[in-house]
Design a protein around this ligand. Sequence first.
Ligand code: FES
Ligand code: FES
Length: 168
Amino acid sequence: MEHDMKDSPDLEHVRLTVNGTLFERDVEPRRHLGDFLRHDLQLTGTHIGCEHGVCGACTVIVNDVAVRSCLMFAGQADGATVQTVEGLAEPGGQLHPIQRAFWNRHGLQCGFCTPGMMMTLTALLSENPHTDETEIRDAISGNICRCTGYETIVDAALDAARALRGEA
Ligand code: FES
Ligand code: FES
């Protein structure tokens, strides 16, 4: 018999801000943040790959820190401020510097890794826009890309860093 979540006594009430909007939902305790974003909030830009913390595709920013949303329960994000790839561009559609740089440098092919890459790099660049290639490669060492060979992603991150420093 199908389980009716609405009748479950075990749901947790979660209240969090995602991309500037406050959301409240009742969720199963084992619902991870990635599934919560995709299925409960319909924010499907966050991709789910391995579901055990290895591929980095599910990376989002929680309280200014890049986290793997498959490794965090939605309930653990109660009260948090979350940014997903949908929150990078300006409301008017102007691309974030990391998005523009990926576009210019062809930093994606199939695009599956791209949201996670961008969120990992956005967290890094927010913390340190004076970052360098070594730090960038280290930051994305947990983000797997099967298409690009990483060179164009690193080039894009360096371009975005320059843009954020006002040098481009
Ligand atoms: S889906 Fe989360 S790290 Fe792979
Ligand atoms: S662009 Fe295809 S996995 Fe990275």
